[in-house]
Design a protein around this ligand. Structure first.
Ligand code: UTP
Length: 471
């Protein structure tokens, strides 16, 4: 029997797919470098890349298929839902899950985004904000809320180091489960794989939808099953106001009248038609998020008889997902994509330039990245609930260095939320003519997870204009 050298068989496969150019420096590489490169090449699903690289044939959604998704509006009676959610928490059946594998290119922070100093007075990093909130909920409900964190191969080591350096924020390290997501190779606009260096492909994390694959491959799902977890509170790393394991949301999600208990979502009313967020829609009888760019303009701008946007349910990427549903998704979809499709995006991807002998940062988008989106799983749930929440209560994302969704806008929303909580208990809070709170107010999770928790707190009678307050 002749053994075929792995490099030879890989080269044949890459040649067969017209991708052998990525091996052009191979013979000049040191043996130790070759091994790592071969391992990376071996992971590429060439047939999948070939299929995805074909020009998109997706058509914009037609008006007939798409209607506003129904949602549970703010202001209803939530007593029963809260009780059901609290019972789940007390029974230790709820986990927290942060997707933190993104590259955070828009913010431009050097390091994982979860290490960004996010709060408006003390500058607590995002990971600390979440750790403190989880700890406060654990104390309240007398339970352990295991925390799963998806990193990427690009930021996993730095994220691990940050947790170690911060002594795991006082948590038992055994209850924090960190794992890197998978990657997808980027391709040029004519479908060619790209080198980032002579011995590595240009790859990107495979999107937050990669969570399904990574939760499974890392053993996180198995770990949840062993712990008796039933529901997972899903949130993004960039929103310091997220209410993790919200009992009302958990309760509604598990009430059969509202939902199949598989995957539910929170929404906020869109600020205006132009706001660039995905919108919850009913697409052919299933709940889904239609991205801003895919929405026909006449639907984006459509208003009802009262002049209210018809498609106003903006997605804020907060979900409750059951373990059973995750397991079903992970048990196989088409083409190894774990049931979620890949989306294409034109991006600036650094690439190796032979002529210059270095990695070049392109000035314009030069490549297609493939990413899966978690909200595509919604369409696979039998009955999916959308719950409205107030923007000021739960949504202050930090995505850009300035302008909308920046640290500055997030700080203002944080102060607005905490100012409103204090006003509820009679504290005088200074406001600007536009309604914004004119002070920086931070309320720590150990003090209050929601406004009513302040009922027993000792509060100031008044906040002064421009004051910094931490409670
Ligand atoms: P964004 O879409 O805001 O992307 O991610 P990003 O990569 O963080 O930032 P930009 O676009 O490069 O500026 C939304 C959430 O999904 C996570 C992010 O960490 C963030 O919590 N995410 C995104 C992943 O976990 N993996 C990915 O591959 C992409």
């Amino acid at each position: 029997m002749t053994l075929i050298d792995p490099a030879t068989s890989l080269r044949a496969a890459f040649e067969a797919h017209g991708q052998a150019h990525v091996l052009r420096h191979f013979d000049a590489l040191a043996p130790s470098v070759r091994e790592a490169f071969l391992a990376q090449l071996g992971e590429v699903d060439l047939a999948l890349v070939a299929r995805l690289a074909k020009p998109a044939t997706d058509k914009p959604h037609a008006e007939t298929h798409i209607r506003p998704a129904p949602y549970v509006a703010l202001g209803g009676n939530t007593t029963d839902a809260r009780a059901a959610g609290e019972a789940l928490l007390r029974a230790g059946k709820v986990a927290a899950f942060t997707v933190a594998g993104g590259q955070g290119t828009r913010l431009g922070w050097r390091g994982p985004k979860g290490t960004y100093p996010a709060t408006c007075v003390t500058g607590r990093p995002l990971f600390r904000v979440f750790a403190e909130q989880i700890a406060a909920a654990e104390k309240r409900y007398g339970c352990v809320i295991p925390w799963y964190i998806m990193t990427s191969p690009l930021n996993d080591a730095d994220t691990q180091a940050f947790f170690r350096d911060n002594n795991w924020f006082g948590r038992n390290p055994a209850d924090t489960f960190m794992f890197p997501q998978g990657t997808m190779p980027s391709v040029t606009f004519d479908g060619k794989l790209m080198l980032e260096t002579p011995s590595s492909l240009a790859v990107n994390p495979d999107g937050h939808g990669g969570a399904i694959r990574a939760l499974h491959a890392s053993g996180a799902m198995e770990d949840m099953r062993a712990r008796g977890i039933e529901q997972m509170s899903y949130f993004q790393v960039d929103n310091p106001l997220v209410r993790i394991a919200d009992p009302v949301f958990l309760g509604l999600h598990t009430q059969p009248a509202h939902s199949s208990g598989e995957m539910s979502s929170k929404m906020v009313a869109k600020r205006d038609a132009a706001e660039k967020v995905g919108v919850f829609c009913d697409v052919g009888g299933r709940t889904g998020v239609v991205e801003y760019s895919d929405m026909p303009a006449e639907l984006t701008n459509a208003v009802d008889a009262q002049g209210k946007l018809r498609f106003n349910a903006g997605s804020i990427a907060i979900h409750t997902i059951s373990l059973a549903f995750l397991e079903r998704l992970a048990s196989g979809g088409e083409d190894g994509t774990f049931a979620l499709p890949f989306h294409r995006a034109k991006k600036k991807v650094p690439y190796w330039c032979d002529a210059q002998g270095k990695t070049v940062e392109p000035a314009e988008p030069n490549a297609t990245k493939f990413e899966a989106f978690i909200f595509d799983a919604l369409a696979l749930a039998a009955k999916s609930l959308v719950m409205e929440t107030a923007r000021v209560e739960e949504f202050a994302p930090i995505k850009n260095a300035s302008g909308d969704d920046s640290p500055a806008s997030s700080h203002q929303i944080q102060s607005n939320r905490h100012g409103a909580w204090l006003e509820k208990f009679g504290v005088r809070v200074p406001r600007r003519p536009n309604g914004d709170v004119n002070a920086r107010i931070e309320i720590l999770a150990e003090t209050a997870l929601e406004a009513n928790d302040l009922a027993d707190a000792s509060l100031p009678r008044e906040i002064k204009a421009g004051e910094d307050v931490v409670l």
